[in-house]
Design a protein around this ligand. Structure first.
Ligand code: HEC
Length: 124
């Protein structure tokens, strides 16, 4: 019996480790980490050096109105979701060749928290 319980706990921990659930991301931490983005991005639809990030989750890359994207981003077929955002923030040029975004976030937890924050920027 004891062994069975520990097996279940082990399985639960193993599945958490294999699929780091985005729901586990820390929005407050992500809000604070967004300072690394806000030199270039607003959390609204106002464009700056980079496009406004309001509603970015679920958006096709390179389609924010009024923003002049690099050729690579404009013709990219990427749609921004948890997976593509994570890969892009880790290594922008591996996801969108020729992108003019050069900033990357090496730490996976930082990326996860930023992405959870980006989810809060949904258009109403
Ligand atoms: C030094 C300026 C700069 C910083 C800092 C920066 N970005 Fe960017 N970002 C850009 C530029 C410029 C683009 C447009 C790239 C292109 O056209 O290829 C962009 C594009 C993007 C896109 C694609 C948006 C779209 O409309 O398709 C996302 C998502 C993004 N950035 C997220 C972030 C996040 C999250 C951070 C902070 C961790 C960040 N960026 C930090 C300059 C920056």
């Amino acid at each position: 019996m004891e062994q069975k319980v520990s097996m279940i706990i082990f399985a639960a921990i193993a599945s958490l480790a294999a699929f780091p659930a985005l729901a586990d991301g820390d929005v407050a931490r992500g809000t604070s980490l967004f300072k690394r983005c806000s030199g270039c991005h607003t959390a609204t639809d106002q464009n700056k050096v980079g496009p406004g990030l309001l509603g970015v989750v679920g958006r096709k890359a390179g389609t924010e109105a009024g923003y002049k994207y690099s050729g690579g981003m404009a013709k990219s077929d990427v749609v921004w979701d948890d997976t593509t955002l994570d890969a892009f923030l880790a290594a922008p040029r591996k996801v969108v060749q020729g992108t003019s975004m050069s900033v990357s976030i090496a730490n996976a937890t930082d990326r996860q928290d930023i992405i959870v924050y980006l989810h809060t920027l949904a258009k109403q």
